[in-house]
Write a protein that binds this ligand. Structure first.
Ligand code: AN0
Ligand code: CP
Length: 317
């Protein structure tokens, strides 16, 4: 593995999941591998899980970690080329990324979409420039359109908790008061489509009209506008809000209540969410506090997702 920005960087999906579960059983088995190597984690947006789980994963591999909260502590970053920097931006991403590449053997970047210009967000221009100028392997800590470390942790969690050889997994849209990125559901769809193509799961999506994700992420995944129908016999339901792709960054009106409550799922259905979650808006607190929720185990698995990816990158340095 030379970089990690999407499922396409993964050669053998099942092997990566197995590797993550082996690391979970034996966290320090490779504590020599990252000795004298430095990981830089660059955040342009807030984070709890991604920051701490990746830091812990790197520490388990013996790496040094530096965290840069660019949005709060760094110079205001210019990302456009060909502009005279006589405004509020102080440093260009060309220099900033190249300099961080001098200090680090691997870099991670988190950069949310602006949700105003779809073409700009979906071109991943900022992310690609960072990769281009950093000159070292880059791990996505969530880009404008994807969150692969989250999706890997999700797949690990499904593999761990499945009760049948080919569980039914459903991505279910949830309400929110803010327009959120499509990165988490895009990535989840992309990873689950790959897992489905390898016969590991059955995958379907349910959301209200107007919230269709880009076809490049969903492929031929069955889509239901009726949540009740979609959730029948589900083994795992993955709850997440996202804003519209078609009416980009908008929140088309939804008249029905899409919040997942206990009465909407079977007793054996397990519930997942990437977190942070707004209680009783996206997901009922009775589910979150009950035995069907996997959200804490799922967040815990972020460590093993990050560690399996960092291990593969270190082996390729
Ligand atoms: C972000 C999102 O939906 O992409 C990060 C999730 C990991 N969530 C919020 O902004 C609440
Ligand atoms: N799920 C997730 O990525 O959480 P953070 O935004 O807190 O990192």
């Amino acid at each position: 593995m030379k970089q990690f920005t999407s499922v396409n960087d993964v050669v053998d999906l099942q092997k990566l999941v197995e590797e993550a579960l082996k690391l979970k059983a034996s966290p320090f088995a490779f504590e020599e591998l990252g000795q004298r190597k430095t990981l830089g984690l660059v955040f342009l947006n807030p984070s709890l899980r991604t920051r701490l789980s990746t830091q812990k994963a790197a520490a388990n591999l013996g790496m040094q970690v530096m965290v840069m909260n660019m949005d709060k502590e760094g110079w205001a970053l210019e990302t456009q080329d060909g502009v005279v920097m006589n405004g509020s931006t102080v440093e260009h991403i060309r220099e900033a990324a190249a300099v961080m590449g001098q200090y680090c053997d691997i870099l991670g970047l988190r950069s949310f979409p602006k949700l105003t210009d779809r073409e700009e967000d979906y071109s991943e221009d900022l992310f690609n420039k960072f990769i281009q100028f950093a000159g070292v392997p880059v791990v996505s800590l969530e880009s404008a359109t994807r969150h692969p470390l989250q999706s890997l942790a999700d797949l690990i969690t499904i593999q761990e908790h499945k009760q049948s050889p080919k569980p039914k997994v459903v991505l279910s849209w949830a309400p929110h008061i803010k327009a959120l990125p499509q990165a988490v559901p895009n990535s989840f769809a992309e990873w689950m489509t790959r897992a489905a193509s390898e016969g590991l799961i059955d995958f379907s999506i349910t959301h209200p009209k107007g919230y269709e994700l880009a076809n490049s992420f969903t492929g031929n995944t069955p889509l239901y506008y009726n949540q009740h129908e979609a959730l029948k016999n589900a083994d795992f339901v993955y709850v997440k809000n996202w804003s519209s792709y078609e009416h980009y960054g908008q929140m088309p009106e939804v008249t029905e209540n899409w919040m997942l409550t206990e009465d909407r799922i079977a007793i054996h259905t397990k519930v997942m969410h990437c977190l942070p979650v707004r209680r009783d808006l996206e997901l009922s607190s009775s589910i979150l506090d009950g035995p069907q929720s996997l959200v804490i185990q799922e967040a815990g698995n972020r460590v093993w997702a990050a560690q399996s990816v960092l291990k593969q990158l270190l082996e390729n340095l």
